[in-house]
Ligand binder design. Structure first.
Ligand code: S3P
Length: 443
C-alpha cells in the first residue's frame, strides 16, 4: 500500500527547466578508478542512488578510504590493486549490474577471496559473460551456474588476453579493460560498439590505451600496470534519466522542457537519434566538452505527427536503457515501428522485452513479437480509459518510471496504480519530486 502510487490525470501543459540526476555509469566508473589511483580524488555531483552507494560502501569494505565532505566525495587510493584485505571479504552489489561486473575486473589480482553478492534481481542475471574472460587472465573464480554469488581469488601471474565482445555490452568490455590495468603486457579487445565512458576516462587519466574505431566495432589495446594519480571529476546529468522527461514532453500537449547539463556522449544518445527520426522535436544547446565527454542542454517540445520507425539494430546499444520509453512513442506514432535483435533487453534488471510486450498489450496496442524482434502498431489516439494495475516484476526501476510516464501521457477516464515506487532509488531518487515540479498529480 505505502509503496504504490496512483495517477488519474494526465499532466497539464508545462514549460520548465530542470536538472535530472547525475549519470550512473560515470559515477560508478569515477569511484572505481579513484579506488585504483595513487592519492586523493575528488568526485563532485555524484549520483547518490542505491547503485552508486553500493559501489562506495563496497570499495570502503575493500580497504579504500572514502569520505563525503560537503557535496564532494574524497577517495584516497593506494594505486593499482591497492585494496587492503586481511581476510575473505563479502561485498554486496545490491541491484547494480554495472558495479558488480566492473569490480570483478578490478579483483583479478586480489590476495584474499572476495565474495560478491547481490539482490534478487541481480542474482538472476548472467555473470558468466564476465567470469569467463576473467578466468582467462588467470583469476580463480567460482560461481554456481554463472550467476551470483561469485567468489574471486586473484593471482600475481596474470596474463593478457585477446577478447572478443559480441553483445555490445559496455559492462563486459569495461570489466576486461579494468582487469587489463592490473595485468602485465597488452590486452587486446575487439568489441561491438557500446558506451565508451571507460575508454574516455582511461584517456583522460593518460593510461596507455589505443583505440581504432571501425564501422560496427572497436579495436582496443590496453597496456597494463601503469600507475596513475588521483583526479577531480564532476559528474554531468544522465541521459537515461532524462529519457523519461524527453518522452513525457513529446507526448504532452503544448509542453516544453529544457534539461540542463546532460552527458550526450555519442554512444549514449540512441534515443535522440531514434526519436528525431520519428519526427520528434529535440534540440541540443550549450554544448561543452568536459574531460573527453560531451554535455549539453536538451530542449524538447511536444510533437504532433509522430511517425513509425524501422529502427536499425546498430542503434540498440546506444539506446539500450531507453527502449521502454521509446516504445511509448512508437505506441502513439502513426504507422508501424519495427525493432530488431533486442535480446539484451531481457538480460536487464528484469526481462524488459517480455514486460514491454505485456505492457503495450495492456494499453491495447497491437504488438507482434518474433524471437527478439518487435512490431508495434501505433495509435495516435491512444488513451487509457480504464484502471490498470502495474506490479513491476523484480522491482525494476525503469519499468516503474516508464509506467508513470505512460499514465501521465495517456490516462483519460481511467487510472493507473503502480507498485514499487521505492525502486526509483536505484538510479533516480528525485524522479517523483521532479514530476511533481512539472505539475504531475501523483497520489
Ligand atoms: C552500463 C551498460 C549497459 C547498461 C547499464 C549500464 C554501463 O549494460 O544497460 O545500465 O554503465 O556500462 P550492458 O553493458 O550489459 O549492455
Amino acid at each position: 500500500m505505502f509503496n504504490q502510487i496512483k495517477i488519474s490525470n494526465k499532466i497539464k501543459p508545462f514549460n520548465k527547466t530542470i536538472e535530472v540526476s547525475s549519470d550512473k555509469s560515470l559515477s560508478i566508473r569515477a569511484v572505481l578508478l579513484a579506488s585504483q589511483a595513487i592519492g586523493l580524488s575528488t568526485i563532485s555531483n555524484i549520483l547518490e542512488s542505491e547503485d552508486v552507494l553500493s559501489t562506495i560502501k563496497s570499495i570502503k569494505k575493500l580497504g579504500i578510504q572514502c569520505k563525503k565532505i560537503g557535496k564532494q566525495y574524497k577517495i584516497l587510493g593506494y594505486g593499482l590493486n591497492g585494496f587492503d584485505l586481511k581476510k575473505k571479504t563479502t561485498i554486496y552489489a545490491g541491484n547494480s549490474g554495472t558495479f558488480a561486473r566492473l569490480i570483478l575486473g578490478l579483483l583479478v589480482r586480489t590476495k584474499k577471496v572476495v565474495k560478491l553478492t547481490g539482490d534478487k534481481s541481480l542474482s538472476k542475471r548472467d555473470f558468466s559473460r564476465i567470469t569467463e574472460p576473467l578466468k582467462r587472465f588467470g583469476a580463480n573464480i567460482k560461481s554456481k551456474k554463472g550467476s551470483l554469488p561469485v567468489e574471486i581469488l586473484g593471482t600475481e601471474f596474470l596474463r593478457p588476453i585477446n577478447y572478443i565482445e559480441t553483445k555490445g555490452s559496455a559492462q563486459c568490455k569495461s570489466a576486461v579493460m579494468l582487469a587489463a590495468l592490473n595485468t602485465p603486457g597488452v590486452t587486446k579487445i575487439k568489441a561491438v560498439s557500446s558506451r565508451d565512458h571507460t575508454e574516455r576516462m582511461f584517456r583522460h587519466l593518460k593510461l596507455p590505451i589505443k583505440i581504432k574505431s571501425k564501422k560496427n566495432f572497436d579495436l582496443i589495446e590496453v597496456q597494463g600496470l601503469k600507475q596513475f594519480d588521483g583526479f577531480d571529476y564532476v559528474i554531468p546529468g544522465d541521459i537515461s534519466s532524462s529519457a523519461f522527461f524527453i518522452v513525457l514532453t513529446i507526448l504532452s500537449k503544448n509542453s516544453q522542457i529544457r534539461i540542463k547539463n546532460v552527458n550526450i556522449n555519442k554512444s549514449r544518445i540512441g534515443i535522440i537519434t531514434i526519436l528525431k527520426k520519428m519526427n520528434c522535436k529535440i534540440t541540443l544547446e550549450n554544448k561543452k566538452i568536459y574531460k573527453g565527454e560531451e554535455t549539453a542542454d536538451i530542449i524538447v517540445k511536444n510533437s504532433k505527427n509522430i511517425k513509425g520507425i524501422n529502427c536499425p539494430s546498430r542503434l540498440n546499444s546506444a539506446a539500450i536503457d531507453e527502449f521502454l520509453v521509446i516504445f511509448l512513442i512508437a505506441a502513439k506514432a502513426k504507422g508501424i515501428s519495427k525493432f530488431k535483435d533486442l535480446g539484451e533487453l531481457n538480460k536487464k534488471e528484469s526481462p524488459r522485452l517480455d514486460i514491454a510486450v505485456k505492457f503495450l498489450k495492456m494499453l491495447k496496442i497491437r504488438v507482434e513479437r518474433k524471437n527478439n524482434d518487435l512490431k508495434i502498431y501505433g495509435n495516435p489516439y491512444l488513451v487509457i480509459p480504464r484502471t490498470l494495475h502495474i506490479k513491476s516484476y523484480l522491482k525494476d526501476h525503469r519499468v516503474f518510471m516508464m509506467s508513470c510516464i505512460a499514465a501521465l501521457s495517456f490516462v483519460e477516464g481511467g487510472k493507473v496504480i503502480i507498485e514499487d515506487k521505492d525502486s526509483v532509488n536505484t538510479s533516480f531518487p528525485s524522479f517523483l519530486k521532479l514530476l511533481k515540479k512539472l505539475g504531475a498529480e501523483i497520489n
